[in-house]
Design a protein around this ligand. Structure first.
Ligand SMILES: Cc1ncc(COP(=O)(O)O)c(C=O)c1O
Length: 414
């Protein structure tokens, strides 16, 4: 028998084992000052490429005003209690109605946290007789939803539609015996690689198979599609998405999220989703803040146009400079390099300290050993000058990486 705390001491977890060396610098860094293209890291201004502030709304004067007015007028305590019991308001219902019309669905349920909401919705929607078919690169909130599912689940390799069809055949055979139904889960934009889920092809499969499609569009809402209504709009298949999830944590620059679908499905979720029934409602200032952000997203396409101008310049510039950025077709911009973890940390240290560029680094165990991803998130508050400087700096660090300079313990100044 073991003492639980002793066990935790011995095994810190796949990321936690690096906490001693990484904490405060690579993990849990503190970015200070107003949220913008440049922020303060360890007392110095750096060019920041790691925030999902896609449309630049985080520090928009109208947003800041609405946030503070919401807090002054209502406080963060209101409404008290869960939505179902004592936590409802006209503002919550107004936001749900406006989100429904934005994403062209009949109804919407607000979520106090996107992550929990997504997992909890999966839990509520399916039972032991139902089968879930899902993309192998699905976000952790989908995977956690799967852990709550006591029926069968079939995974298909990322965006592999041929294999998805095979899984649908397996699932169909199974539900014919159990009397259950099939739910397909994928993402609009995959947050690590930046490629879109093949929603159009998946919707096409509905002609041959009976299933419902649930899309996590955390990175697509506000950024994709003509009006910013997301990846379904982008691919012309919004109607084919049966259940649509969006977060407020990215282009809305807030916290919380929502799920939109047919009225009867949302009504079902309102009465069956445990994360909403047994948890406090979204605070009023957040609802007021979300309404303002939605208004700005709908009325200012120029923010999205600017985001895409920066995205296109960054991605084409990186490609021209010889960088591998994979299959991204969204603003998410991964730069794939080869190297060890010490090389990756030395390189990022160099980028931050000598080039004043702050971006996120992804290494093993999140990606296979030997691969380093520098993940850039462009936004409407970046400039073309920022893009140019970043590509030049990346070219310099890339040469150093190739010539083995980051293998040494001491980083050479840029
Ligand atoms: C694809 C995806 N789904 C869901 C979430 C969770 O959303 P939230 O931050 O609103 O909890 C995230 C991250 O924020 C995400 O990237």
């Amino acid at each position: 028998m073991k003492d639980l705390f002793e066990k935790l001491k011995e095994n810190r977890g796949p990321l936690g084992k690096y906490s001693k060396e990484a904490h405060g610098y690579f993990t849990f860094p503190k970015l200070e000052g107003d949220i913008s293209n440049k922020m303060i890291f360890r007392g110095k201004e750096r060019l920041v490429w790691s925030l999902n502030n896609y449309l630049g709304l985080a520090n928009h004067p109208e947003v800041r005003k609405a946030d503070s007015e919401g807090a002054t007028k209502f406080g963060f305590g209101l409404p008290m209690g869960a939505r179902m019991m004592s936590g409802n308001s006209n503002y919550h219902e107004q936001l749900e109605s406006e989100l429904s019309s934005f994403v062209s669905k009949e109804d919407t349920i607000l979520l106090n946290f996107g992550y929990q909401g997504m997992s909890s919705a999966i839990d509520a929607l399916v039972d032991r007789n139902d089968v879930i078919v899902y993309d192998s690169e699905s976000h952790a909130c989908i995977l956690d939803g799967l852990r709550l599912h006591i029926g069968k689940r079939f995974v298909y390799p990322h965006n592999n539609i041929e294999n998805l069809e095979k899984q649908l055949q397996r699932a169909t055979k199974l539900v014919e015996q159990t009397g259950g139904a099939i739910l397909v889960l994928t993402e609009g934009v995959f947050g690590m690689s930046g490629d879109q889920g093949k929603l159009k092809e998946i919707v096409e499969l509905k002609k041959k198979y009976t299933f419902r499609l649930f899309v996590d569009d955390a990175h697509g809402i506000g950024t994709m599609g003509k009006t910013g209504a997301g990846t379904g709009e982008e691919q012309g298949v919004q109607d084919g998405i049966d259940i649509y999830f969006g977060t407020f944590a990215k282009s809305f620059a807030l916290i919380g999220g929502f799920i939109s679908s047919d009225e009867q499905v949302i009504d079902y979720l309102r009465y069956n989703m445990r994360s909403q029934i047994f948890a406090k409602s979204v605070p009023m200032p957040l609802v007021i803040g979300a309404l303002k952000r939605l208004e700005l997203i709908r009325n200012h396409p120029e923010y999205r146009e600017k985001l895409w101008e920066i995205t296109n310049a960054l991605q084409s510039g990186l490609k021209e400079a010889g960088f591998e950025i994979g299959n991204t077709n969204s603003p998410v911009t991964p730069v794939y390099l080869n190297g060890t973890i010490p090389e990756a940390t030395n390189m990022v240290l160099d980028l931050r300290e000598n080039f004043d560029i702050f971006c996120s680094m992804v290494t093993y165990p999140v990606v296979p050993k030997g691969i380093i991803i520098l993940r850039l998130i462009p936004s409407a508050v970046h400039t073309l000058e920022n893009v140019k400087y970043t590509i030049e700096s990346f070219s310099k660090i890339y040469s150093k990486l190739k010539s083995g300079q980051y293998q040494s313990d001491k980083v050479v100044a840029g």
